[in-house]
Design a protein around this ligand. Structure first.
Ligand SMILES: Cc1ncc(COP(=O)(O)O)c(C=O)c1O
Length: 373
């Protein structure tokens, strides 16, 4: 039986009350509660627009469509990420161009990224993986120099900062996930942030069937094709309550991460990834590098502790083999290393220091092939 899970969603009696309020109201689609959630997100990030959608994956797709990316365009993506990052580019018809990551941060390799730029490159989707912020100074230099759009996959990065500015306010468009592995979670969902009113209007209209929103309350006017990826008020109710507690949640995560760092200091055969310079990590996930993480996962599970691999190396998957619509630039050594060695440790609201000590004690034994307790 799992006694120390990887994550625990923040579901309190306050959350349940708010969800029941929405259910009792009878208004279940996107409405005032989703708009309140968007407002909280906007205020927290400090950006001009926050748009709730059904997932981060959909959000990335909408972001690409909003800036006109499609067939004939190339979009650069890091190899070590959840496939959704690349799916979004492929789905809009663009060519997926995969580059390696940097070994110690697992973030996109900036030199490799620059080398992969061609005349057809229209966008880059770097990933602030696990909540480690990117090098936004470099990304904005690339944006200016090559006239490309930077659409950040910030699925894991709510609360992360760079040079005193919150992630979500640093590139053209950022997209966050509200999946249950993220600590602000509505079950499923995503949020797009941008400072461009044009992009925000486009996405808002597109996600409402192409409807001119100013006419929604009178006779609706549909001015373009669109889709439906609205986030329901029922789900947003969970997010609204979590956002009220975001400062305490993020402070706690950073404290838990510091505890792990202290406990792991001096433990043999474990190294920690590097945090981006001038960045503040949100510790969506706390990762370590170990040998044979799959063996460790099995052994730790037997001890009731849930640990998990980091994420995926896209080039190892059939969907992302080299074709005319997918290029893999380089040998993906660092991404392969990350895939083979990265392990995510349990981290959740309310985690006790004794549980963290137990995780580290078991990890220490299991990486050395030690005996069961
Ligand atoms: C880096 C990254 N991008 C995209 C996604 C997809 O997010 P969603 O499930 O909200 O579509 C995830 C999900 O875990 C992720 O980790």
């Amino acid at each position: 039986m799992i006694t120390i899970p990887l994550i625990k969603p923040y579901i309190t009696s306050e959350v349940k009350r708010k969800v029941c309020e929405v259910l009792d109201s009878g208004y279940l689609t996107e409405g005032p509660v989703t708009h309140e959630f968007e407002g909280q997100f906007r205020a927290y990030i400090g950006c001009k627009h926050a748009i709730a959608v059904t997932s981060c994956t959909t959000g990335l797709e909408l972001a690409l469509r909003a800036v006109g990316i499609g067939s004939g365009d190339e979009v650069i993506i890091p190899d070590f990420t959840y496939p959704a990052t690349a799916d979004a580019a492929g789905i809009v018809g663009a060519k997926i161009v995969i580059v390696d990551v940097t070994k110690d941060t697992m973030l996109i390799d900036y030199a490799g990224l620059q080398k992969a730029i061609t005349k057809k490159t229209k966008a880059i989707i770097p990933v602030a993986l696990f909540g480690n912020p990117l090098d936004y100074r470099f990304l904005n230099y690339i944006k200016q120099k090559y006239k490309v759009k930077i659409i950040e996959d910030a699925a894991c990065a709510i609360g992360a900062e760079y040079n005193g500015v919150k992630v979500g306010n640093l590139v053209d468009i950022s997209v966050f996930s509200l999946h249950p592995r993220k600590f602000i979670t509505t079950g499923e969902g995503g949020i797009i942030t941008t400072n461009s009113p044009w992009v925000a209007n486009w996405i808002n209209r597109y996600k409402h069937f192409g409807m001119e929103l100013s006419t929604a309350r009178e006779r609706a006017s549909f001015v373009s094709l669109g889709t439906n990826c609205k986030l329901s008020d029922v789900l947003s109710a969970i997010g609204v309550v979590q956002m009220r507690h975001i400062e305490e949640l993020i402070t706690e995560r950073r404290q838990l991460a510091m505890n792990y760092t202290g406990l792991l200091a001096g433990v043999k055969n474990i190294t920690l990834p590097r945090v981006t310079r001038m960045g503040v990590h949100s510790f969506q996930s706390f990762c370590v590098f170990v040998d044979k993480p799959c063996d460790v996962i099995k052994k730790m599970r037997m001890r009731g502790i849930e640990v998990q691999i980091g994420t995926y190396a896209l080039h190892m998957h059939k969907a992302f083999k080299r074709t005319t619509s997918c290029a893999i630039i380089g040998r993906m050594r660092a991404s392969t290393y990350a895939y083979r060695h990265c392990l995510v440790l349990p981290l959740y609201h309310g985690m006790k220091i004794d549980d963290q000590k137990k995780v580290v004690r078991c990890l220490e034994r299991d990486i050395e092939g030690g005996e069961n307790d």
